[in-house]
Design a protein around this ligand. Structure first.
Ligand SMILES: [Zn+2]
Length: 518
């Protein structure tokens, strides 16, 4: 819809433009209300009898790069109602356009508010000046604070958690409205009494999500005894994983014993050497295949196409540049490894004697190659005999034991198998934790009591006892749709705002910027 621009469009709703004039810096717009009468604020009776006029000069949105000052011709009316005690009243305008006593129109106020939210006091003020709506930093902050005070929704479902003002030193508490997905308030500390008092002032709350640590459980029980508590699912998962890790740590002695007694398999000792040898054989096979193809008259291009090896590799093989083109560090020892292993296991431990034997059989390498091999071999044996050196940390073991079998490489799978065979308590613990986590994933708490009975006696008993102490909240965590995950998200936002404020954030302003933005 096209319409010619009219002067009247400059005025906010409910006003007519009397005149417009501007100098180089400012644009002045003289306005008058369209209403013929005013309403007495005391008795509500309309009055048309004007007592006097005066000018209000609120700032407004900029126009064509100039600051705008509205000049509103406001009236004072006589109240003629007999019963009314008021004789004169001032004209009031629509609150959505110009609030009582306001020095900015509401449309400008909205922009100022958002500038304050986005940038804070000083940077916001500097930016506002560039936007031709000068406003002091204190005003910006005042506007931000004022908007927070306006919000008051009835709360039903909240999440509560702590956050760090200064890392590790002082903590505050954040409360979020989980239904409306927004933060509600910040409390200056995480003391039980502070949160209890706040909760007690909001009796409409019926569900509170909180994590398992801290005193929030107790604060909720005291402040809102009828509210349902929901433990945090993420923390439950994390706590249960930690419980299994603790179980592994407690079993480390048995694990070392089991691993030390079983993995020292002379065949596994030379695993690395064997792998090297297998690689060597594989390379020989490739070379042989390429050479055979070439003898049947195939061109390099055809061989590349048939075998899938690179052109360079095929060419190198055919030119006889090294039999061993794959290796970055070829060793003359490779093809002697099976023979060496056999002799070593037969008890021949003298490297020099072994080398002489090899030389008489046609080995062309230096004696040093053989003595280095013998040295490595001895070290490997020593490491295995102590057993300790090859047992991974509890954290690594816990991870291996809870990984799917097909994600493990062979040596890891063997390790897990040995532990499972010799430390059955740990298998039971893993089973218990697995069941607990699957209850959370499937949102089914019907097995919780049975689970508690069986888990209370094993390696994860302290975790099970913790769950038993907080049973109602844990049960809710499993079945309830509410979770504290949202609150964690708000804490992330809070940290971002806090950082923008260079750590000078006062609680109320931090709260204003966090809450006002939504
Ligand atoms: Zn009146």
């Amino acid at each position: 819809m096209h319409g010619r621009f009219q002067r009247a469009n400059l005025a906010p709703e409910g006003f007519t433009v009397v005149s417009v004039y501007d100098d180089r810096e400012q644009c002045h717009i003289l306005l008058r209300s369209r209403r013929p009468m005013g309403l007495c604020p005391d008795c509500g009776q309309p009055s048309r009898r004007v007592q006097s006029r005066y000018l209000r000069r609120p700032s407004d949105l900029p126009l064509g790069g100039r600051r705008v000052v509205l000049m509103i011709e406001a009236r004072r009316f006589w109240c003629d109602a007999v019963v009314c005690r008021r004789r004169i009243f001032c004209e009031r305008f629509d609150h959505g356009v110009l609030a009582r006593y306001a020095r900015r129109t509401q449309r400008l106020e909205t922009i100022v508010h958002h500038l304050g939210l986005a940038l804070g006091g000083r940077p916001g003020a500097a930016f506002a000046k560039r936007l031709m709506m000068p406003v002091s930093k204190d005003t910006l902050l005042r506007v931000v604070r004022r908007h927070v005070a306006d919000q008051c929704d009835e709360l039903n479902v909240i999440g509560i958690d702590d956050f760090a003002f200064r890392r590790g030193q002082t903590y505050g508490t954040i409360v979020c409205d989980l239904e409306r997905r927004k933060p509600v308030t910040l409390l200056p500390d995480r003391a039980l009494e502070t949160s209890r008092a706040w909760l007690a002032r909001h009796p409409s709350i019926s569900i509170v999500a909180r994590d398992r640590g801290g005193g929030y459980g107790e604060a909720i029980a005291k402040g809102l005894p009828d509210a349902e508590q929901v433990a945090d699912r993420w923390h439950l998962m994390e706590n249960s994983s930690r419980a299994f890790l603790d179980a592994v740590s407690k079993s480390m002695r048995q694990i070392r014993h089991a691993v030390g007694g079983n993995v020292v398999d002379p065949k596994l000792l030379t695993c690395a050497e064997k792998l090297q040898y297998e690689g060597y054989l594989r390379r020989q096979e490739t070379n042989e295949a390429i050479r055979q193809l070439s003898q049947t008259g195939a061109s390099i291009r055809q061989i590349v196409r048939q075998t899938g090896y690179s052109r360079k590799l095929v060419r190198d093989v055919l030119r006889g540049q090294r039999l061993d083109v794959f290796r970055t560090r070829p060793s003359s020892l490779d093809m002697w490894l099976p023979w060496l292993n056999e002799r070593w296991e037969a008890g021949a431990r003298n490297a020099l004697a072994l080398w002489r034997e090899m030389r008489s059989e046609g080995f062309v390498g230096q004696s040093g190659v053989v003595s280095q091999w013998a040295q490595r071999r001895r070290l490997a044996e020593k490491a295995n005999q102590s057993g300790l050196a090859r047992t991974p940390s509890a954290r690594v073991l816990a991870q291996l034991m809870t990984s799917a079998r097909d994600e493990l490489v062979k040596s890891e799978a063997i390790l897990v198998a040995v532990i499972e065979e010799h430390v059955p308590d740990l298998v039971a613990a893993r089973q218990a934790i697995g069941e607990f986590q699957s209850m959370i994933r499937c949102k089914s708490s019907s097995q919780l009591n049975t689970w508690l009975e069986s888990a209370k006696v094993g390696l994860v008993s302290s975790f099970a006892n913790g769950v038993a102490r907080d049973l109602a909240a844990v049960r809710n965590a499993i079945v309830s749709p509410w979770s504290n995950g949202q609150t964690e998200g708000q804490i992330t936002r809070l940290k971002l705002i806090k950082r923008q404020m260079y750590g000078r954030a006062k609680l109320d302003l931090l709260q204003a910027r966090l809450i006002g933005a939504i």
